[in-house]
Design a protein around this ligand. Sequence first.
Ligand SMILES: *Cc1c(COP(=O)(O)O)cnc(C)c1O
Ligand SMILES: [Zn+2]
Length: 428
Amino acid sequence: MTDKYVLRCTSCNRIVPDRFTSHCGIGHNALVRTEYRKKQIDLNSSGGIFRFSDWLPVQGTIPTHSGPVTYRSEGLSRELGLRNLYIGFSGFWPERNASIMTCSFKELEAFPSLLRLHELGGGVLVLASAGNTARAFAQVSAITGIPVVIVIPEPSLHRLWTTIPAKNLYVVTVQGDYTDAITISQKIASEGRFVSEGGAKNVARRDGMGTVMLDAAFTIGRLPDHYFQAVGSGTGGIAAWEASLRLRADGRFGSALPKLHLSQNLPFTPMVSAFREGRREIIPDLDMPDAKSRISRVFSDVLTNRSPPYGICGGTYDALNDTRGAMYAITNTEAYSAGKLFESLEGIDTDPAAAVAVASLMQATEQGIISPDDTILLNITGGGYARIREEKDYQAFPLPVSASVPAGSGSDAVESDLIEWVKGHARR
Ligand SMILES: *Cc1c(COP(=O)(O)O)cnc(C)c1O
Ligand SMILES: [Zn+2]
């Protein structure tokens, strides 16, 4: 290990060595954050996300063109009367050099996360996901051969595909919902040779998503005044804030932090509800009553996290306050029409979550929260699902299911089979 970076607890400032570590060891309810030795970032010549490897918690790189893309909007910019609107696009759109094959910014998390774990020698990664995250990690496993265990609710299985065959994946389907999948993945991860991916607490995940802000700063030549994104966990918002803090310290991109404008999809908007009352804590009875039924009614279900890293030290609440940010609640109709508008004006299809972000930008414009001359970064966190199907050599490989278990079962339901699989696939 080199001293490229250290991890520092955002609560007590203690420095902790990185062993795929996600807390300071004293038990603070706080994120640890990477602190890079290089305060000024140099872009390197590798393609895609590893252009930014100075500020990624990994030593090596994975050859890939997958990475964030920023361009200046014309169509939507004219429509909304915003003169300096930039789009951060994470998806598939070859005309704009966007090559994220699984079509969402979850791939920006998957590349550095898997490489970090592989370099630190920390065991086999286990994650629970209902869609975009699982597909992204499956794709990076397929590219690198690094083994991954994915636990997914059975109804979401159709979202799991890769564009090259994945040979080192173990897929567990759960007859239940996302919360049931999380429970089972935690049981598996508690066994010695497995490691939980860590979600927002995983610094590689945050710094990977933060490359959207880095790419924007280099494209625009400065930090934007505003950052718009739809959130479920809020990890992308935290990541954008942390990247801004590093860019401010870099000195070449200005000194004002971009304001975070984060949006959720009605009727499930727990963070909007808590934030608008100035509360650090989400109170389930107040902020997300009838959660299950509300979750079933949203346009974008990737935005429905029931326990987001909102109040945790260094989390979404702190990010919003430090940047004097705002939150938006968007209806299904608003999101749907915003997505259609974006597609017709910019020329690419969007993930439903990205459509929510577009709607929030429209709301902020109408309410005069932003000014026509402000520099704005709109994070289109996913898109190009329709565009990629037009590629003539495109193929989606569905993933074979290794085990299927009922909700609430213990890890022993898959344990012996999994251990045999690990012997065959993971040599560490
Ligand atoms: C996961 C996801 C989001 C929400 O991201 P968080 O910052 O983790 O809340 C937004 N858009 C898309 C397309 C996603 O897959
Ligand atoms: Zn601490």
